[in-house]
Design a protein around this ligand. Structure first.
Ligand SMILES: NC(=O)c1ccc[n+]([C@@H]2O[C@H](COP(=O)([O-])OP(=O)(O)OC[C@H]3O[C@@H](n4cnc5c(N)ncnc54)[C@H](OP(=O)(O)O)[C@@H]3O)[C@@H](O)[C@H]2O)c1
Length: 249
């Protein structure tokens, strides 16, 4: 039987780690669906991938907008009939290390709207398409900052980190990974969380025109473990990893 073409949807693929992942997977012959909330940026990213010889298409997708999520699923169904890989990459960090006692709840809600509820809503909408593929996987961009194990370990450098909205939203992403991994295991769909590591993107409002702080990875380095999980032949399911290995939940 002929191998099915790999169709890969990446949310927030117009820049940063998502864009680097998109370029690398296009090179590995995936058809990339460039999810972006900003059409001009999404089209530019898809054009850049095609200019490199890859197959790519922009998909309008603000992960906080259910109508756009539903329209994206309908578009993928009409054009391809299935989805091979969903990479839930879109994310924000809006709380800027303010202490938990004074952090506005409204800001924490915004972190959760994109990082957790957006991820869950996109996943729910794409599950029928993933089930229609010969083989499918979901990769969730989590963070070492969302590890309860590291945050509660006095010997960890994350012990003193204080960003309740972002951290709790990424801990919730890990819970979504565990829940979906268990539910989708009988369908052969793997679901895993990845920590990309500290990466010099515009994330959290960082000024990208400034040189990277020592210790920061390039965006291409930040995409490494996501790419590994997308390309490995038989991934495990329900894991939380980075390039150096497994992380505590
Ligand atoms: N950079 C790091 O050090 C680091 C560390 C750990 C985890 N991560 C995780 O890695 C992922 C990618 O981050 P990055 O560093 O590549 O950041 P980035 O360059 O800021 O990219 C974030 C992407 O998410 C998109 N996005 C934000 N809100 C969205 C929404 N409502 N709907 C759809 N897309 C939305 C952004 O779109 P716009 O272009 O329109 O803003 C952008 O494409 C995030 O989930 C982040 O939490 C990053």
């Amino acid at each position: 039987m002929e191998k099915q073409k790999t169709i890969t949807l990446i949310t927030g693929a117009d820049k940063g780690i998502g864009f680097e992942t998109a370029k690398a997977l296009a090179k590995a012959d995936h058809t990339i669906l460039v999810g972006a909330r900003n059409a001009a940026k999404g089209i530019k990213a898809a054009d850049a991938i095609m200019a490199l010889g890859g197959e790519a298409e922009f998909i309008q997708l603000d992960v906080t907008k259910q109508d756009q999520i539903d329209a994206a699923a309908a578009q993928i169904k009409a054009e391809y009939g299935y989805l091979s890989i969903l990479i839930n990459n879109a994310g924000v960090a809006l709380d800027h290390h303010q202490s938990a006692s004074t952090m506005p709840v409204a800001v924490m809600r915004q972190d959760f709207d994109v990082n957790f509820f957006g991820l869950v809503a996109v996943t729910q909408a794409m599950i029928p398409l993933l089930k229609a593929a010969d083989s499918a996987r979901i990769i969730n961009l989590a963070s070492n900052m969302g590890s309860l194990g590291l945050a509660s370990d006095p010997n960890s450098r994350f012990y003193k980190v204080n960003s309740l909205g972002y951290q709790a939203s990424k801990a919730a992403v890990n819970f979504a990974t565990i829940s979906f991994a268990k539910e989708l295991a009988p369908d052969g769909i793997t679901v895993n969380s990845v920590n990309p590591g500290w990466t010099a993107t515009g994330f959290g409002g960082r000024d990208e025109s400034q040189p990277a702080i020592p210790g920061m990875q390039t965006p291409a380095e930040g995409a490494t473990q996501v790419i590994n999980l997308a390309l490995t032949d038989s991934p495990a399911t329900g894991t939380f990893t980075e390039t150096e290995g497994t992380l505590p939940w």
